[in-house]
Design a protein around this ligand. Structure first.
Ligand SMILES: C[C@H](O)CC(=O)SCCNC(=O)CCNC(=O)[C@H](O)C(C)(C)COP(=O)(O)OP(=O)(O)OC[C@H]1O[C@@H](n2cnc3c(N)ncnc32)[C@H](O)[C@@H]1OP(=O)(O)O
Length: 724
């Protein structure tokens, strides 16, 4: 027998209250061992004559983060034996705890998520702290609540609110939970367990109600109204997430409880849960959950026991779109920020942008006026380097000009203290080149944000062969503090995300020149699950940027660049994308994109420059073929990024694709999705296209090798092959 994963503990006080504590660090997840132990603890408490009432709590200030997600993999593969269907939900939670002759109260601090909240909801009352987070985020994992949550949450907070909580996976905090009726009282952390004990005794004395949540009816709407709410939620879900089935399954299970009663619905819930656990969607989303947490674990860097140093004051060079966005992100996490510009006018504009970013939060009610003023007071604008003498980190965010950046880094070395992290937000330029005139190569690092920097969740941290591990660990820590998911990548043109984006646009241009309709391509790609197809994206980014970054790629990877003149021709005609209100689409006042019949003219011109003719096969290309011809070149590039050691793990590429490109998480990220199709298949298609249409499609050596072995693309590289 392997060692047990977590347990519960029972302590009986002189007041006759048994406190059952869930202990399974770090988040007290409900492993099968914890659940078994919970059942035994309850059996003990219910049998003992000296126990009158029960409190359930979690160790170390966290109630429970829910079912143990790391056990799902084993269950999916059949390697872990599960208890029989309905055992936990019905036999343990409903028939043992909720139906007990002794009252129980949940004492909730920290987290009560998923199965954690479901355990709390079978108790006869709940007390929480104001900061506790309560929610059912199972849908985020492609699942539905499986321990009765679909039945009990609606009965506590009403149908509409419970649907919102489940469909968005968003938790509520203590005070809101109190207002909703999800908890019965809110008290401070140090009073929590005693308040829960007293509440339990008061239930016993009938001073507080003894509620079996499953049979509560006062919050559920009458059948007709309930059906309306459910149908509305169905329609919205179909519109918002047309590729996902599990939200609809969730709504069906909730409806079952309203129509046929909650007890039979508990069995339907379990059955649906187990079915969904086998789905590709849940496998993909669970993969993403762990991949996201794995990005900050880099062998040789984060396993050395280095402690991140404290970064308090950060200087940013350049108050343009990127610089002001980065400043906003830092300010929002209470960093002191110095913004440097070259003249008063630019400085004022930069500070104005930060103000506007924060101001829009005030408008949306996400920030109080007072907090806004306080946050703005952390920002100081400057025109020279004098105040750089005590900064802990600098982020350079000026235009992409090599000699300008070289000069700046030489200056930084002079003015900044020796411990200061010297970061550049460049998206394409080699960091070694940027730091060429300094002796500080070991503290130069890339901090590549995505626009808008205060909103996009990804931060590419670029290390060179000189960057010291301490500097990397420091920047990862700052990244996490400003709520970004950091991925650590090697130094090259375009790093991970832009290297993948490049063939995305290029493949689109290739198809269009051969006769596939621009709008059909974008539609097929958005149907696949991308937020935007390649052409709508090019409009958003703007043709100026697209051409500038494109030229970096042409220079560095000429053999695999598809050279189309379509974008430059349009740019010349003052169509430069959304900012000029014309690009591949026409834009109205409300930023709505409409097809433009004039586009044909430009396409014909580009076609004749490339010397290609319309091919009827491409005019009628199926949606599946469009998706594959756009994404297989992207997979091919991702394989290079992996094989070159630019990304350390395939799962980092998955996160880069999901958070940097908007690749649908329910497909598990780019490499995970590619593996679901198989390396052989992808290789054979690219090989076929490469023979027909040239080097742009040529499968790389890594892909060829994996295909020949029938090996997954995501399998780790052999040791020692990585460049870094
Ligand atoms: C039958 C039931 O209905 C089914 C379920 O309950 S499904 C599970 C529902 N619960 C969830 O989805 C919650 C998932 N967890 C989270 O959202 C977040 O981890 C959290 C809000 C709990 C904590 O966030 P945060 O403090 O940022 O820490 P985070 O890095 O995410 O997690 C800390 C560690 O706990 C692990 N962890 C978190 N929740 C876990 C869970 N439910 N099971 C197993 N491990 C979990 C993480 O993998 C991470 O491990 P690591 O340190 O080895 O990387």
């Amino acid at each position: 027998m392997g060692s047990k994963k977590g347990r519960t503990m029972v302590e009986v006080g002189a007041d006759g209250v048994a406190v059952i504590t869930i202990i399974n660090p770090p988040v007290n997840s409900l492993s099968l061992d914890v659940l078994q132990s919970l059942k035994e603890s309850f059996d003990e408490a219910l049998q003992r004559d000296d126990v009158k009432a029960i409190v359930v709590a979690g160790a170390n200030g966290k109630f429970s983060g829910g079912f143990d997600i790391s056990a799902f993999g084993g269950i999916q593969q059949g390697a872990v034996q599960q208890p029989k269907s309905g055992y936990v939900s019905v036999e343990v939670l409903t028939d043992t705890i909720e139906a007990a002759r002794k009252p129980s109260v949940a004492a909730i601090d920290g987290l009560a998520l998923g199965g954690g909240l479901e355990v709390a909801m079978v108790c006869h009352a709940r007390i929480s702290t104001p900061t506790a987070q309560l929610g059912l985020p199972e849908l985020q994992l492609g699942l539905i609540p499986g321990f009765g949550g679909t039945q009990r949450l609606p009965r506590l907070v009403g149908l509409a609110k419970s649907l919102e909580m489940m469909l968005t996976s968003k938790p509520v905090k203590g005070e809101e939970a109190l207002g909703l009726g999800l908890v019965d009282a809110v008290v401070s952390s140090h009073e929590l367990v005693n308040a829960a004990r007293q509440w339990a005794l008061d239930i016993l004395a009938r001073r507080n109600p003894w509620v079996a949540t499953l049979y509560k009816t006062d919050k559920i709407e009458p059948l007709g109204e309930a059906r309306q709410i459910l149908n509305f939620a169905r329609a919205q879900t179909r519109k918002r997430a047309p590729n996902l089935k599990h939200p609809l399954v969730c709504i069906d299970v909730i409806e079952e409880g309203i129509v046929n009663g909650p007890k039979p619905a508990l069995y339907k819930e379990v059955e649906a849960f187990q079915g969904l656990l086998k789905s590709d969607t849940s496998k993909s989303l669970i993969h993403i959950f762990f991949a996201q947490r794995g990005t900050s674990k880099v062998p040789g860097i984060t396993d050395r026991g280095l402690v991140p140093r404290k970064v308090k004051k950060v200087a940013i060079l350049g108050g343009g779109l990127m610089g002001s966005g980065i400043a906003t992100a830092l300010l929002l996490s209470n960093y002191t920020v110095i913004l440097k510009e070259v003249n008063e006018k630019f400085l004022e504009a930069g500070i104005g942008r930060v103000k506007a970013n924060l101001g829009s939060r005030v408008k949306k009610g996400q920030m109080t006026r007072e907090k806004f003023e306080k946050t703005m007071s952390l920002l100081r604008g400057v025109l020279d380097f004098e105040s750089f003498r005590d900064v802990d980190m600098v982020i350079e965010a000026v235009i992409e000009n090599v000699s300008l950046k070289q000069q700046i880094f030489a200056d930084l070395e002079k003015y900044c203290p020796p411990h200061c992290i010297l970061a550049s937000n460049t998206s394409t330029i080699d960091l070694n080149l940027i730091g060429k005139w300094t002796k500080s190569q070991d503290r130069i690092i890339g901090a590549h944000f995505f626009s808008p920097a205060h909103i996009m969740p990804l931060l590419e941290i670029v290390r060179t062969e000189h960057t010291s591990p301490q500097i990397i660990v420091d920047l990862v820590d700052v990244g996490k503090k400003i709520k970004k998911t950091p991925i650590i990548v090697g130094n090259c043109t375009g790093f991970a995300v832009n290297r993948m984006f490049f063939p995305y646009t290029q493949a689109g241009l290739f198809l269009v020149e051969r006769g596939t309709d621009v709008y059909r391509i974008d539609r097929a790609i958005t149907k696949f699950g991308m937020p935007m197809g390649p052409f709508r994206l090019a409009d958003l980014v703007g043709f100026g940027v697209a051409i500038a970054t494109g030229s970096q790629f042409i220079e560095n990877f000429p053999e695999r660049t598809y050279k189309s003149m379509l974008i430059p021709i349009m740019q010349e005609d003052k169509r430069a994308g959304e900012s000029t209100r014309k690009g591949f689409y026409l834009y109205d006042n409300k930023r709505k994109a409409n097809p433009d019949p004039e586009l044909k003219m430009y396409i014909e011109k580009a076609r004749s420059i490339s010397g290609v003719a319309v091919d009827p096969k491409f005019v009628k290309l199926s949606e599946k073929d469009i998706v594959e011809m756009i994404f297989f070149p992207v997979v091919n590039e991702a394989c290079r990024v992996f094989a070159e050691g630019i990304a350390v793990k395939a799962s980092d590429i998955d996160i880069a694709a999901v958070m940097g490109m908007g690749f649908p998480p329910y497909r598990g990220g780019l490499m995970f999705w590619a593996d679901s199709l198989g390396s052989k298949y992808i290789y054979s298609r690219l090989e076929e296209w490469s023979n027909l249409y040239g080097g742009f499609f040529k499968p790389c050596a890594f892909l060829a090798e994996r295909a020949a072995k029938g090996a997954p693309l995501s399998a780790p590289l052999e040791m020692g092959k990585s460049r870094l």
